[in-house]
Design a protein. Structure first.
Length: 320
C-alpha cells in the first residue's frame, strides 16, 4: 500500500512539476511582450531560420525555438510575408500571427495643395520606402490630387502617381456634376485650369469662392484674368525657378500661360489644386467683383470697379 501510494504521489508530483513548467513557459511566451516601436524590414526570400534569428537579435522574440515551432505547427513556414513591421507590446503568438497575415506597417506621404507636378514628383522621389524606376509615367500638370497617401515599403512610385491621378479625376467628375449651372466653363478640364489659378492666388478657404467668381466675371466680360501666378509659372517653366519677385517687365513675358497678354484661360493648369479650390470654382460666391489686391496680411481687398481697386492699392502701400 505504501509503495503504491508513493508511486501515485510521485506521478502526481511529476505532473505538477510538468504542469508548472508548461505554465511558466506559456506565461513567459504570452505575457512577455515586445516594446519595439520602430519599423523593421523582413526581406523577400528570407528563410524561417533567418527571420527567427533576425527577430531574436532585434529583441522582438525571446525564444527562437518556440517561434519556429509555432510557425511549423501552423504550417506557415512558407506563408510568412516580407515587408516592414512595427511590434509594440506584442507576445510571440501575436508576432507570429502578424507576420503570417502580412499586417505590414503603413507609411504615409502628404502632398500639399498648389505644387506643380514636378515638385510633387520630387517629394515622392525623396520619400523613404518609395521605389523610383527609370521609367516614370508622363505626368500632366494638374493631374495629381494633393492629399495624404498611404503605402508600404518598396511601393513603386508609379503606383502612387496612379492613385493621385485617379483621385483627381474622381474629385473633378463629382464636383463638375454638382456645379452651379451658372458657371460658364465648358468642361471639368477648364474647371481644373481655373482652380489651379485660384489655388495659387490664395490659401484662405473663405477667399477661394470670392476669387473664383472674380475670374469668372472677367471671363464673362472678356477681360484678361491678369493673374501673377500664371506669369510666374510661365517663367519657371521656360527659364527655371525664379528667385525674386515679379517685376512689371516680367508681365510682358511671352507665353500661352501669361494671362496679362492673352484673353481667356491659359492653355493648361499651373498647379495641382486641392478640393477646396476645385469646389470654389464649380460653386463660386456670386458677386459683381472684378478686382483684388493682397492686403499684406495674408488676405485680399476686393472691389467691383477700377477706381476702388486703385484706392485699395494705396491703402495697402500706406499700411506697409
Amino acid at each position: 500500500m505504501k509503495i503504491n501510494f508513493f508511486f501515485k504521489n510521485k506521478k502526481f508530483y511529476i505532473f505538477l512539476v510538468y504542469f508548472f513548467l508548461c505554465f511558466l513557459i506559456f506565461y513567459d511566451l504570452y505575457f512577455n511582450r515586445v516594446t519595439y516601436s520602430y519599423p523593421i524590414l523582413i526581406k523577400t526570400n528570407q528563410t524561417l531560420k533567418e527571420i527567427s534569428e533576425f527577430l531574436y537579435k532585434n529583441n522582438i522574440i525571446k525564444n527562437k525555438f518556440f517561434f519556429e515551432f509555432l510557425v511549423h505547427s501552423n504550417l506557415a513556414q512558407t506563408k510568412l510575408k516580407a515587408g516592414e513591421y512595427i511590434f509594440f507590446k506584442e507576445n510571440i503568438f501575436q508576432v507570429t500571427k502578424k507576420i503570417k497575415k502580412g499586417d505590414v506597417f503603413q507609411r504615409k506621404v502628404t502632398i500639399p495643395e498648389g505644387l506643380t507636378s514636378q515638385q510633387t514628383i520630387d517629394i515622392l522621389k525623396n520619400t523613404k520606402g518609395i521605389i523610383v524606376n527609370k521609367n516614370i509615367h508622363f505626368i500632366d500638370e494638374g493631374s495629381l490630387f494633393p492629399s495624404t497617401y498611404f503605402y508600404v515599403y518598396d511601393t513603386d512610385i508609379n503606383e502612387i502617381i496612379n492613385k493621385m491621378q485617379v483621385s483627381m479625376n474622381m474629385v473633378l467628375e463629382e464636383l463638375w456634376r454638382n456645379r452651379d449651372k451658372d458657371v460658364k466653363l465648358k468642361n471639368y478640364r477648364e474647371v481644373l485650369i481655373l482652380a489651379s489659378i485660384v489655388e495659387k492666388e490664395t490659401s484662405l478657404k473663405e477667399e477661394k469662392r470670392i476669387i473664383s467668381q472674380i475670374f469668372l466675371n472677367r471671363l464673362n466680360l472678356n477681360m484678361k484674368l491678369q493673374s501673377d501666378p500664371t506669369v510666374l509659372f510661365a517663367i519657371n517653366k521656360e527659364l527655371g525657378e525664379l528667385d525674386r519677385k515679379l517685376t512689371k517687365n516680367d508681365l510682358k513675358f511671352e507665353s500661352d500661360y501669361n494671362t496679362y497678354l492673352h484673353h481667356g484661360l491659359p492653355i493648361g493648369p499651373i498647379s495641382n489644386p486641392g478640393k477646396d479650390s476645385i469646389e470654389a470654382t464649380t460653386n463660386p460666391l456670386k458677386s459683381n467683383l472684378l478686382y483684388f489686391v493682397a492686403d499684406g496680411f495674408g488676405g485680399h481687398l476686393f472691389s467691383d470697379n477700377y477706381d476702388e481697386h486703385l484706392s485699395n492699392i494705396k491703402k495697402v502701400k500706406k499700411s506697409k
